[in-house]
Write a protein that binds this ligand. Structure first.
Ligand code: SF4
Length: 124
């Protein structure tokens, strides 16, 4: 398992998108796993958080921020910790997206897949 990166708040970070995030009305515990949560419990909680993110108007801004910050914890923009970790591993640290919007571009495929029917556990 790759080492968790340290979170680094981008210099150009803005937070106004958080004001209209769908999670403002949700239980915060949905987005951050309790200690030692594993297996089906974790999958169900992650999917429930993803379902909130899937209907969020600022999902791309949120995912962009989380990728650029190398946010290690929680579900952001529909991306779980493990899904973001795969992005962190894929992109060399020297080329890591830091400017606003670059995170969304660098992780476009993962952000799109994050709230797909398969990722939400919806059988089509
Ligand atoms: S994408 Fe998800 S975590 Fe981000 S603001 Fe929206 S609901 Fe909250």
């Amino acid at each position: 398992m790759p080492q968790q990166p340290l979170s680094q708040v981008p210099a150009d970070a803005i937070w106004d998108w958080q004001e209209i995030g769908s999670c403002r009305e949700a239980d915060p515990e949905l987005f951050f796993h309790p200690q030692n949560e594993r297996g089906l419990a974790r999958l169900r909680r992650d999917r429930a958080a993803k379902a909130v993110c899937a209907r969020c108007d600022v999902r791309i801004d949120c995912a962009d921020y989380a990728i650029r910050a190398r946010e290690p914890y929680g579900v952001w923009g529909g991306l779980t910790e493990e899904e973001r970790e795969r992005v962190y591993v894929r992109i060399a640290l020297a080329q890591f997206p830091r400017q606003r919007g670059e995170g969304a571009v660098a992780a476009a495929a993962e952000i799109s897949e994050a709230v797909s029917p398969g990722a939400l556990g919806v059988v089509s």
